[in-house]
Structure formats: C-alpha cells, structure tokens
Design a protein around this ligand. Structure first.
Ligand code: FES
Length: 242
C-alpha cells in the first residue's frame, strides 16, 4: 500500500516532536498513524514505520506485536473491547461478552462479515471502579449489562454514533487512531473534562473514614466534588459536529 501524502506529512510531524537521537521513540504514535490509514498494521505499515525511523522491520514488528492496541488484521469500524478480567468478570463482564458473541456471531478478535464490528475480550481496562466496563474504540461504557452491550452494538450497526458514558460521541476506529497518534479531535464537544464520578472516589472516602493515608500525603487534602449520578461528565454530552 502506498501511504497518502497527508499521512507522510503527519509522520514527519510526529518524528519532529522527538529530540535528535531519540526519534525511534516516535514508533508508538507512528503505528497509530498507520492504523488511521489502513485500519490495522499491515506488512506495508511496518515497512513504512521502519523506513521513516531508519530501524529494521523486525524492530517495528517486535513493538507492534507486543501491544494489543495494534491490530495485525483488518479491524472493523467499531472495535468493541469487553473487559473480562477479574473485577469485571465477577460483576458480569463475561456475561456481557458472551451476549455479544451470540448476537454478533463472532468470537474474540472476530469481525462481522460486513466489516463493521470487531469484538475482543480485553484485559483490565483500568476502570475497575465502574466494573463491568467495555470500550468502543477506546471510549468507555460503564457498568454494562448484556442487554446494554447488545443494544450498543445494534446502535452501531444502525449507523449511530452513541455518546460514551464519560467521553465524546464515538468516532470510527481510523479516526480514533489518528487521535492516538497525537492529532486532536476537532469536533465540538470532543474534549472531555469534568468531575470524577463517585465510584472513583469510594476508596478515598473509605481511607478518609478510617484515617488511612500514604506517607507524605496530607490527610486534610479535600476530596474533590463528584458529578451527579447519571451525568456523563464533561463536554461529551454536547452534540458533536458531523
Ligand atoms: S478488571 Fe475490568 S477494568 Fe479492571
């Protein structure tokens, strides 16, 4: 595959972010950039990164195969990742995952025949406070049930772009890959900001109640306010530009 001139220009921009002699560190965003054009990391994408950075294809492959965010086969427009790690599994994550397996007719790393949805079970998505969680193109959906998971899949199949539980309106896999390469989401309301949710602070409150703190931490540090239950938080609630 020949990469577009805009991708080549962006690759130069990414490499220029790093100091002389440290530019191989640009590999991670470059791999996301490749995914933003191809939808996965193809052999051509590996060769592209290698030639941009002056490293071997083996070195690029070693990185691309290490991180699960880099996909080695064509990925659907919507990547649904359901956490089935301990906390989520014990709270229903496995049931949500199995409901999607049944509804979509694909297993782990499988893509629906129309190429729209790729399903995967994921290791801890670092959001155990909202277990069970799933992400769609890396945006979170919290405390999911099997019915919620299937309903979300139906919305995606219908061409809708639902709003994440605490993020922006969803964007496609290639679009989010471009953001992960370090290019901002230009949509209005795309940047999320806001207060933490109550489940995130539950541990702090427990520690406060029992007078527990880590060394060097001022126990009088106020716990921040939380957003009301049901509030998605931040600007993600706003309508995004098409
Ligand atoms: S175990 Fe699911 S987010 Fe941590």
């Amino acid at each position: 595959m020949t990469f577009s001139e805009s991708t080549r220009e962006r690759a130069r921009e990414i490499v220029a972010r790093y100091p002389e002699g440290r530019q191989r560190s640009a590999l991670l965003p470059l791999l996301h950039l490749v995914q933003s054009e191809e939808g996965y990391i193809s052999p051509d994408g590996i060769a592209f990164c290698a030639s941009v950075l002056g490293v071997t294809k083996a070195e690029v492959s070693a990185v691309a195969t290490f991180y699960t965010m880099y996909k080695r086969t064509p990925t659907g427009e919507w990547l649904i990742s359901v956490c089935t790690n301990t906390m989520c599994a014990s709270k229903g994550g496995e049931a949500a995952y199995q409901a999607l397996v049944e509804y979509l007719g694909v297993e782990h790393d499988g893509t629906t025949p129309d190429g729209k949805i790729t399903l995967e079970h994921a290791e801890c998505l670092a959001a155990c406070d909202y277990a069970p969680v799933m992400t769609v193109n890396h945006e979170y959906f919290d405390e999911v049930t099997p019915d919620m998971a299937v309903e979300l899949a139906k919305q995606l199949q219908a061409g809708e772009r639902p709003v994440s539980g605490r993020g922006a309106r969803l964007c496609g896999f290639k679009e989010i890959s471009l953001q992960l390469a370090g290019f901002p989401d230009e949509r209005r309301g795309a940047i999320t900001d806001g207060l933490p949710g109550e489940p995130t602070l539950a541990g702090n409150r427990l520690a406060e109640r029992h007078g527990i703190s880590v060394a060097g931490f001022d126990p009088d540090t106020p716990i921040p306010a939380t957003r009301p239950a049901g509030d998605a938080g931040g600007a993600g609630k706003e309508e995004a530009k098409p």
